[in-house]
Design a protein around this ligand. Structure first.
Ligand SMILES: O=C(O)CNC(=O)[C@H](CS)NC(=O)CCC(=O)C(=O)O
Length: 276
């Protein structure tokens, strides 16, 4: 299975963002991808007000546009994240995996919210409008089991370990990492999650200037279960492609069966029973 990670510079213009996303899905399909993953905020990079105003039910028209494209091309599409309507005035930051029939194979709502004051003066309070999801999701896709996460989730290894324990072989991390943090943390964290869970990591990303002082780091990439970066996007919008090979996954897991050697639970408790 060839996978594509998409890199976008989404803006406040929803129609434009959707056109751009579709254009890159088509291009990835043309280049042989059977699984195309889009970044966080694929619908809109903009103000909280704009996000709330544009939020939809999980089967709303923007979500459905991605479902329709998956079906039309006969491919798997991860609709990076879109704003999903929650309680009045609030949203979920939601990722949906569509199968080649256009059916939603999985829905994941971002768990860890980015409430951070960066040293460069930029302040984020994602939890002001976003509700935290309460469910870990691993989707049985035809080409492997896909564990879902979003952006800031990347900093919480216990989430990925839980996904691996639920059988995840491919970890999706659609993101909009800031330039300030991304330049030092993005690749290191992605490769660490791949190595420690002996899993593929596919990390589509936002890149560049989005307006309102927001600049994202880009470097959308695909990492193999050994931790090697096997595809990376260049500067600006685009795609990068790599094969997700069940044989490579099996070989790495045979050589390094660390998932079966765990002794310490997340609470710090020791266990003798969790042996591979
Ligand atoms: O600014 C935007 O509108 C786009 N960004 C997002 O939607 C989200 C929540 S604010 N960004 C992150 O989670 C960045 C995490 C991150 O950068 C880190 O963990 O270092």
């Amino acid at each position: 299975m060839i996978a594509a990670a998409v890199q976008l510079t989404s803006t406040e213009d929803r129609a434009r963002n959707l056109r751009e996303a579709m254009r890159w899905i088509d291009e990835a399909h043309r280049r042989g991808a059977g699984f195309v993953a889009l970044p966080e905020n694929v619908d809109l990079m903009g103000s909280e007000e704009a996000k709330i105003a544009g939020a939809e039910a999980v089967d709303g028209p923007t979500f459905q546009a991605f479902a329709a494209r998956a079906k039309a091309l006969g491919i798997w599409v991860l609709a990076g994240t879109l704003a999903e309507r929650a309680s009045p005035g609030r949203i979920f930051n939601t990722s949906v995996l569509y199968d080649p029939e256009g059916a939603a194979a999985a829905v994941y709502r971002k768990v860890h919210l980015f409430d951070v004051d960066l040293a460069d003066g930029v302040r984020y309070r994602e939890s002001r409008v976003v509700e935290s999801g309460r469910e870990l999701v691993v989707a049985e896709a035809g080409f492997g089991r896909v564990g879902l996460s979003i952006c800031y989730d990347l900093r919480f290894p216990e989430l990925f370990r839980a996904l691996a324990q639920k059988g995840a072989e491919i970890l999706a991390v659609p993101s909009a990492f800031t330039l300030h943090t991304g330049k030092d943390h993005w690749e290191v964290l992605l490769r660490a999650r791949a190595i420690e869970n002996t899993a593929y990591v596919i990390a589509p990303a936002q890149v560049g200037r989005h307006g309102a002082g927001r600049t994202t780091y880009g470097n959308a990439m695909i990492v193999d279960p050994w931790g090697a970066v096997i595809a990376r996007c260049s500067d600006g919008p685009g795609i990068c492609l790599a094969e997700l090979s069940p044989e490579v996954l099996l070989r790495v897991r045979r050589e390094l069966p660390s998932l079966g050697h765990r002794r310490v639970g997340v609470s710090g408790s020791f266990s003798d029973t969790d042996r591979g």
